[in-house]
Ligand binder design. Sequence first.
Ligand code: A2P
Length: 339
Amino acid sequence: MRVAIVGATGAVGHELMSVLEKSSLKFDELLLFASPRSAGNRLMFRGQELIVQATPEGAIDADVILASAGGAISKEKAAAWVAGGAVVIDNSSAFRYDPEVPLVVPEVNGEAALHHKGIIANPNCTTAVAVLAVAPIHRKYGVKRMIVSTYQATSGAGQKGMDELLEQTHMVLHGKEAGNEVFAHPIPFNVIPHIDAFQDNGYTKEEMKVVWETRKILGDDSLKISCTAVRIPTLRTHSEAITLELERPATPDAVRELLSHSAGVEVRDDPEGKLYPMPLTASGKYDVEVGRIRESLVFDGGIDLFVAGDQLLKGAALNAVQIAEYLQEQGALKGKARA
Ligand code: A2P
């Protein structure tokens, strides 16, 4: 069994390697690819130095390809990777809305992965974090409407996003004016309600991804969802305030109990003890923190809650590796014979 990472030198690539190191996925060899700029770089994996290669034009001789080099690379190359016999787990948005491509969060709709035709899409990070908390509530109480406001870390824009936060904060602290390249405005000491491109309906693409992808993962096109996505000056972990209108009334205690038994979720909800989800505690954690669970003041029997999930992990690398683990556990991932 051979696994390849395309985009190994990026922020998600780095996390993919660290998640794979600890993963139960059985494989014999790991291949690392990035742009030609990084060819020859060495990265450590399980005590061994691996050499980064330039991503080739055509097929890659691997059984699983974890792609995280952006949508353009995935669009250009995925067909050749699939033709070469690999299962592609794609972290970009290139194929997420293709009806032929399953969009998978293993705790929620793992079995969808079994129906792939070569490509499985990993959801947008904001969506992956939200659905872990929302899916169990949807199953039990039926979500009718969902309103989300996000607080998204700079690493959502990759390594260069984190670099811009650190460098520009340094500038401000040294009395200089902050600039911006990655973000629409200077990010230090600011919040920016603009992630990805504005659409004709006034929402951004990031906001619409939450709408489209939540519906696809939960398998419910009738769900009404509205999102405001905001970039904040943190390094990692996306936080989200979520309001849910429900078909059947829920109580905060019942939801707390339900989520305390839900996979991938850690209930962190003791306001008196100052215990609630935060990037500070959720970063580096596999589980998504959920707290501030309370009765909605707007929707009778509805619920308000707050989630914080390390989006480089559950929103990207961890989810991708979990999809591969799931396929292997189900006997749906077989290495090919090699000379
Ligand atoms: P490189 O580091 O060589 O530029 P991030 O999301 O953190 O910005 O990371 C993007 C990842 O995608 C990096 O590993 C980057 O490699 C890789 N990448 C960028 N352009 C290409 C390309 N043309 N072919 C293959 N990989 C690419």
